[in-house]
Ligand binder design. Structure first.
Ligand code: OSB
Ligand code: MG
Length: 372
């Protein structure tokens, strides 16, 4: 695979409903899409960095600059046997994992197309369908949240995750549990608490939650281990896990019993597979997180979720929950059993609607190989 050109695009897409976490509310998304052209074949990747550096230090403009000035030049002109071979080419750049993942994942798309294989098989997946959950943001009222949960349960989703923060937690969980005593329920704090709040967090134990996701600092593992010791509810780490070593540390120190894998957060499919394997070797189940992706990233999340140790429903849900019109054909649909069936077509099984992408593009730049 000779990497001939990389195209960066910034697109703007309004969400059908705002999404609010403990760090803020968004109404629309600025998304960086990346196309890698190898031997005339185009592969697509989505950079999951948000439009602002609130979930992670990476954000759209930092990823664009890093891709333009360092990552694209590091891989352009190189002839790689497989997508994973681009990882060492980008290793000189520290961090910037979401930017790196956009490159690597686009190359996996190329590789799958060139080998005429489904991406999920190339990744080592084994499932013919994946189980879906939903992540529901903080709403204007508890009534509004309950109505949303009712809708998602009726649609068939197998796990409800609600966002929590101080002031929108115990009383809200209480209302949910009194209405639905036995649904699979979890919550995500996105780092909204500190270790001084152990007594408060202990109250979450009464709700029989599947997990509490990232209760403490975004960069912490050690104090999560202290907290896990104090709670019956399983802790799941999201923000804290950047690579397989983080996962090993978290598991070995007892900082969590479940790990959320976001392919962008860990730097691409290769590292996501390593995190998956480390967790499997310690009998720690994983699930696939989401970053309000367009269909491009969503299709990649679906492929990744077919790996054996993705044993819990992920945050991978239907296109229509986010977008009036998604960038892929077909759109992602979820069955009444709360599953997404896996396609046996070559590539992701979802065609990128290039005409629509073009229409939504507000900035575009193609970087080509200079002579090497
Ligand atoms: O913590 O999982 C998170 C969205 C943006 C940033 C962080 C998170 C999320 C979600 C959304 O929970 C999951 C989805 O894509 O539906
Ligand atoms: Mg999370």
């Amino acid at each position: 695979m000779k990497i001939e050109a990389i195209t960066l695009r910034e697109i703007h897409m309004p969400l059908v409903h705002f999404f609010e976490t403990s760090f803020g509310r968004v109404y629309d998304r600025r998304i960086l899409l990346l196309t890698a052209c190898c031997d005339g074949v185009n592969g697509w990747g989505e950079c999951v960095a948000d439009g602002a550096p609130f979930y992670s230090s990476e954000w759209l403009d930092s990823t664009w600059m890093t891709l333009e000035h360092y990552l694209a030049p590091a891989v352009l002109g190189c002839d790689v046997a497989a997508a994973r071979d681009c990882v060492p080419l980008m290793a000189r750049v520290r961090g910037h994992r979401m930017a790196k993942a956009a490159v690597e994942n686009a190359l996996w798309d190329v590789e799958a197309k060139q080998k005429r294989q489904p991406l999920w098989k190339l990744l080592g997946g084994t499932r013919s369908e994946i189980a879906c959950g939903v992540s529901i943001g903080i709403q204007d009222s508890v009534e509004q949240l309950l109505t949303k949960i009712e809708t998602e349960l009726a649609a068939g989703y197998r796990r409800i995750k609600v966002k929590v923060k101080p002031g929108w937690d115990v009383a809200v969980l209480e209302r949910i549990r009194s209405r639905w005593p036995s649904i699979m329920l979890s919550c995500d704090a996105n780092s909204a608490y500190t270790l001084d709040e152990v007594e408060h967090l202990r109250k979450f134990d009464q709700f029989n939650l599947l997990m509490i996701e990232q209760p403490l600092w975004n960069d912490d593992i050690y104090y999560h281990a202290r907290l896990q010791n104090e709670l019956r509810t399983a802790i799941c780490l999201d923000e804290s896990i950047h690579h397989a070593r983080d996962a090993a540390q978290a598991v070995e120190t007892g900082a969590c019993r479940i790990i959320n894998i976001k392919v962008g957060r860990v730097g691409g499919f290769s590292e996501a597979k390593k995190v998956h394997d480390v967790c499997a070797s310690h009998s720690i189940p994983v699930w696939c997180g989401g970053m309000l992706e367009s269909g491009v990233g969503r299709a990649h999340n679906i492929a990744l979720s077919t790996l054996e140790n993705f044993r819990l429903p992920g945050d991978v849900s239907a296109s229509a929950r986010y977008w009036k019109e998604d960038l892929i054909d077909p759109e992602v649909k979820v069955s009444h059993q709360g599953t997404i069936p896996i396609s046996d077509q070559a590539g992701t099984g979802y065609r990128v609607r290039e005409d629509l992408v073009e229409k939504l593009t507000v900035r575009k730049q193609t970087i080509r190989a200079t002579t090497r």
